[in-house]
Design a protein. Structure first.
Length: 273
């Protein structure tokens, strides 16, 4: 298995989700190993920059239906203070509509004849990890793979500001960064992933993959989420990867993450050869 353009022979499908606001969200499905039997469906959530195109990063011979969904968000996706503050109302709406879109997507997948409803998996990596974490609880998705996920959202947001501002302005930015992050998380009404992860049930399975030298996610935020998951009756496994945070489409870590995810799905009988 490798991270590369999708095979030309793959079976593809598209569908549209209609949200309560009237907005439409595009979904892409790709099956690299079509079968007459219902298969596992794997929803792959990457960062805001890629959306439904995240499934183009992986091509495997796994008998699964890869599912990519666009985020319902149009403004610029890179936060630059203070200019990006004008887009915050749109971002807040987009977050709420993403939960709605994912719930409707899972319902549509469960109704499809080519999908085994007991073998739906959601994968969230980096910025997609909170969406996968929370959607798994909201929609009772049977299996979730969380890659470089985190809790304590305000601490993570503050850390991004500090990484950007401290080299230029010095240590004095640390306190304002934490203040601004708390105000943003509170003002946007953003949910805390660890509170939703604490709702996982004995019927759910979790693979938690984090990086030992993750420079973008504070170790304490990683642990908050893992401890919340570990305290639930869900079947949870953790794998720590050497190296840092995912750096983009060409990162060799993607291959390793896909390999680990495939092995985990095999062990949990989510794949049928």
């Amino acid at each position: 298995m490798t991270a590369c353009p999708a095979a030309a022979s793959a079976a593809t499908d598209e569908l549209t989700l209609s949200l309560d606001s009237g907005r439409e969200v595009a979904v892409r499905l790709r099956n690299d190993a079509p079968s007459a039997m219902p298969q596992a469906a794997v929803i792959l959530l990457g960062g805001f920059q890629r959306g439904g195109g995240a499934i183009d990063l992986v091509t495997t011979e796994l008998p699964v239906i890869w599912v990519g969904i666009d985020y319902p968000y149009d403004p610029p996706r890179k936060f630059i203070f203070p200019g990006s503050l004008r887009h915050l109302p749109d971002f807040s709406t987009a977050v709420d509509e993403t939960w709605e879109a994912l719930r409707k997507l899972v319902a549509r997948l469960r109704a499809r004849q080519d999908v085994d409803a007991d073998r739906i998996v959601i994968i969230g990596a980096s910025a997609g990890a909170p969406f996968a974490t929370i959607a798994a609880a909201q929609a009772q998705i049977p299996s979730v793979i969380i890659v470089q996920g985190f809790g304590n959202l305000s601490a993570v947001v503050a850390h991004q500001f500090i990484l950007r501002w401290q080299p230029k302005y010095g240590d004095w930015v640390v306190r304002p960064a934490h203040w601004l992050a708390r105000m943003l998380v509170w003002g946007l009404g953003l949910p805390q992933p660890e509170r939703y992860a604490a709702r996982y049930t004995a019927d759910q399975r979790v693979l938690f993959i984090d990086a030992v030298q993750d420079e973008r996610i504070p170790a304490s935020a990683t642990e908050v989420l893992w401890q919340a998951i570990e305290a639930t009756p869900a079947q949870a496994d953790r794998h720590r990867l050497a190296g840092g945070h995912l750096s983009g489409a060409g990162d060799p870590l993607i291959d390793e993450i896909v390999r680990l995810g495939a092995q985990w799905m095999e062990r949990n009988r989510l794949l049928r050869r």
